[in-house]
Write a protein that binds this ligand. Structure first.
Ligand code: MRU
Length: 373
């Protein structure tokens, strides 16, 4: 199997299949899930992680819920889908792509409430597949928008994993790196190891080495030194949720990078699809921050590094206030301050694009006039 051509999440044999990111880079394994609870567990236990990949997984989880539901009426099927949405949404709190994706599937089901259950099941699977395909297409667009702000020869500092493993394929911030590579730019990436779960050391290093992008892995604590000594041209990362004012929740440690970058006059770009923008929240203080098990801090890959019983605290994300962010790269273009306006416009264009694609798909499935949901 050519590992580079396997999507992070896909539907096969009536199951949701995921690259098991818990065991990378040492083993490449595909895990299969055939219950909604199983899909929720896969998100919670981080078989799959990264905001867009979590969204696509949840979308397939909704399609799975419809498929395994014994419902014979649209009302009963809708009730099962509402329950599935609750189970999936509860898996992780910070990445808004999760509830964005389940809401998108549920809205479609509600709009088709007069269709027979089997047509609805097919429409939901088509929608989940479309969401996954769109993710790849969106990431490529985002990557090439972002490449415009990267010099032809540059050292980038990157946090966590935002590549093909964090999305269905291609990536967000690492998508910019791949776009630069395709454009022939001379890029070198400083890869933050990203404690506690080491998404940088385990996943980003694996991806970049497979793609033959020049890189060095660094301890998280090395980032400030590299910035102060002129070895970083651009700081680049993804997002799990962007508030209406441009405040960005991303992997713990991002805030510290952005502040040190500002101190050293280095531009900071966040790369995130409009599905990661949550216009319902005025600022980052309203974003729920996931707290994960303390053993992720006291242990490294299952091995204890702290004295037994040491108390530990493990917030998984932090918020970077928008004043530290030079631009937010979306699939609709690069948003600059004032973010309240630029993000609102980008989200609106993104919504219109999704609605138009869905209208065309439904017209094919149901006949032209019913495509107008
Ligand atoms: O806890 P994780 O690994 O799900 O956190 C992922 C991140 O913080 C990513 O930077 C973010 O989801 C953007 S990925 C395209």
């Amino acid at each position: 199997m050519d590992q580079r051509h396997v999507r992070t999440v896909f539907w096969e044999d009536h199951q949701v299949k995921l690259i098991d990111q818990r065991v990378l880079p040492h083993r490449f394994e595909i895990a299969a899930f055939d219950t909604v609870e199983g899909v929720a567990r896969a998100i919670r236990e981080m078989y799959v992680r990264g905001a867009p990949a979590i969204g696509a997984t949840a979308a397939f989880g909704m399609a799975l819920a419809a498929r395994i539901s014994p419902a014979t009426t649209p009302e009963a099927l809708l009730a099962d889908l509402r329950r599935a949405k609750e189970v999936l949404d509860a898996a992780r709190p910070t990445a808004v792509n999760l509830s964005w994706a389940t809401a998108r599937l549920l809205e479609l089901a509600q709009a088709l409430a007069d269709a027979d259950p089997d047509t609805l099941r097919q429409a939901l699977l088509d929608e989940a597949q479309a969401l996954a395909d769109e993710d790849v297409e969106i990431n490529r667009r985002m990557g090439f928008h972002g490449a415009r702000v990267i010099p032809s020869k540059a050292n980038l500092l990157h946090h966590c994993n935002t590549g093909r493993l964090a999305t269905v394929d291609f990536g967000t911030a690492l998508g910019v790196v791949y776009a630069c590579q395709e454009l022939g730019k001379e890029i070198h990436v400083w890869v933050d190891e990203t404690r506690p779960r080491l998404q940088g050391a385990r996943l980003t290093a694996w991806e970049l080495m497979q793609a033959e992008v020049p890189m060095h892995l660094i301890a998280d604590n090395a980032a400030g030194h590299l910035m102060r000594t002129g070895q970083v041209d651009v700081v680049i990362f993804g997002a799990d949720r962007v508030a209406a004012n441009g405040d960005v929740a991303n992997k713990i440690g991002t805030y510290k990078l952005a502040v040190v970058a500002r101190e050293n006059g280095i531009p900071v770009y966040c790369v995130a699809p409009t599905s990661t923008v949550d216009l319902s929240l005025p600022d980052g203080d309203h974003i729920p921050i996931e707290e994960r098990d303390a053993t992720e801090v006291t242990h490294v890959q299952g091995t204890a590094v702290a004295p037994e019983g040491a108390p530990a605290y493990n917030p998984a994300f932090d918020v970077t206030p928008h004043r530290y962010i030079t631009g937010i790269v979306t699939e609709e273009g690069i948003c600059y301050p004032p973010f309240t306006e630029s993000l609102r416009d980008a989200v609106e264009r993104g919504r219109q694009r999704v609605a138009e694609n869905r209208r065309r798909r439904l017209a094919r499935l149901l006949g032209t006039e019913k495509g107008q949901t």
